[in-house]
Design a protein around this ligand. Structure first.
Ligand code: HEC
Length: 193
């Protein structure tokens, strides 16, 4: 038998064996405080921002921009305001939350600190449960609420959300107006610590 046919016979199982650890590594989603960044450095989609921890932003954007919904790929990061984040974990990691992990952050010019992380049990700083609201989104939206997917509305008006987005303290530059800076300062003053 020639060397060539040996190679052909060996190469498929060999390739498969070599690729298993890579596939497993790609499926793992490591999330630390370094995973989060300034909202303005993320990619805006309508009113919210997305990122990918697995370098697969195109797949995340495809679902985020879809007009019929879809399932976000592992590693997807979604944010509306600087302190609240949803990260899509590995398939099967948390079936009840559809593999979303919820985060409540503290943010300042030095970056992000994880205040709370977890699944069904995570509350925001106003003692409201992330999962309870987000689970109400119609199934095709994969727990993403926006303003029309069936969730209870947020008790804050759009101009306040925009002000919070434009004054993310982690961002090096900001194009926020004086009024937006004032609005955001007021919200921080009035929010529980
Ligand atoms: C009172 C219900 C409620 C609670 C509690 C809540 N959310 Fe939301 N969240 C919403 C709604 C409604 C929106 C969409 C707002 C909009 O776009 O007008 C939203 C938006 C978001 C978004 C942007 C994507 C989307 O779903 O539109 C993320 C990410 C998010 N919330 C994460 C969290 C996290 C993390 C927590 C807990 C720390 C949390 N939320 C708590 C209702 C809630």
């Amino acid at each position: 038998m020639s060397l060539n046919s040996h190679m052909t016979r060996l190469s498929l199982p060999l390739l498969l064996a070599l690729s298993i650890p890579q596939v497993m590594a790609a499926a793992t989603v490591d999330v630390t405080e370094k995973s989060f960044r300034c909202l303005q450095e993320m990619t805006p989609v309508r009113g919210f921002f997305v990122d990918s921890l697995n370098g697969n932003l195109d797949a995340t954007l495809a679902v985020a921009k879809s007009t019929s919904g879809g399932v976000y790929p592992p590693g997807s990061v979604v944010q509306l305001v600087p302190t609240e984040v949803m990260v899509k974990r590995e398939p099967g990691f948390s079936p009840v939350t559809r593999d979303w992990e919820f985060f409540e952050l503290d943010v300042d010019a030095n970056g992000s600190k994880i205040r709370k992380r977890g699944f069904m049990e995570v509350n925001n700083r106003f003692k409201k449960n992330c999962f309870a609201c987000h689970a109400a989104a119609k199934p095709e939206w994969d727990m993403i609420c926006e303003d029309s997917h069936g969730c209870e509305k947020l008790p804050i008006p759009q101009h306040v959300i925009t002000a919070l987005q434009k004054t993310d303290p982690r961002c090096k530059v900001s194009d926020a107006s004086t009024f937006q800076k004032f609005t955001s300062w007021m919200v921080r003053k009035l929010s529980p610590n």
